[in-house]
Write a protein that binds this ligand. Sequence first.
Ligand code: PHE
Length: 333
Amino acid sequence: IQDIALEKLAKVCDLNELDQIRVQYLGKKGELTGVLRGMGALSKEERPVIGQVANEVREAIENRIEELKEELKQRVREAQFKAEKIDITMPGKKVASGKKHPLLKSIEELENIFMTMGFDIVDGPEIETVYNNFDALNSPEDHPSRDESDTFYITDNILLRTHTSSVQIRAMENRKPPIRIVSTGRTFRFDAVDDTHSPMFHQLEGLVVDKHVNVANLKHTIDLFIREIFGNQLETRFRPHYFPFTEPSVEVDVACFKCLGKGCESCGGTGWSMELLGCGMVHPKVLRNCGIDPEEYSGFAFGLGLDRIAMVKYGINNIRLLFENDKRFLQQF
Ligand code: PHE
């Protein structure tokens, strides 16, 4: 029995087989167990002799089984380690991370500048009343910007706002002076698309209303944030202009970002980046429309094109790039 058992054990190659052989010899109905059970039928003289042999055989088989068990377990473990081995010298997988859109970056930067200057950031709807977008802002009935060829009307009284100045009206109706707010968002005009125009674009609106607010405060505020966002060396130029809701009204040019005012190709030789910003002192009629007494309070307002700011700041020469969501473009920022 021992010879056959050991021979079989020599061929075992997994734990299942090993267990089968254990059962075959040492199990309850196993061959060796049968021999030990049959001992009762033996004579007194035979019993110790046979018993001793049988026990030796059992021990030999048991020991071999134990040894093999350890060996096989070890082999399984080694195979597992091999399969699970990690090559720490392999290059890692690239994690594709998103980038902030240049427009969002400009907006966040501007909002931070104005927050440190004490302005509240407020929101306004893109779908507006004709009243908030035009009437309350003292826009004359026959002003060309009201024309259907310039403005997206939804009904006679509702439109897509053509500027963020409508937020001024909401702020003055809902707050009491002193008012200091800034609001950014989308604006819409019936413009043909070219390198610098898009029917959907973005503006930032600012409004300050308090006692004794004057033009010097306006000029200082504009100068300050232009320097903050573009850097100290940039000069500004204030040109007289007309807006129905401000008097006096001014347009502000900023020295060309590339040539710093010397004149280069990107500014057409003028040295100035044009039409970044419109501003002025809030018209007394507009204050009155919102229930604020122009004898007691005065204010200034400003509106700027955010797309232009982002384009000047990041050297983008085509406004379409801002809205096409081309990954090759977006990944550069
Ligand atoms: N709303 C004006 C525009 O869209 C800009 C502006 C805002 C001008 C506030 C003066 C005051 O051109």
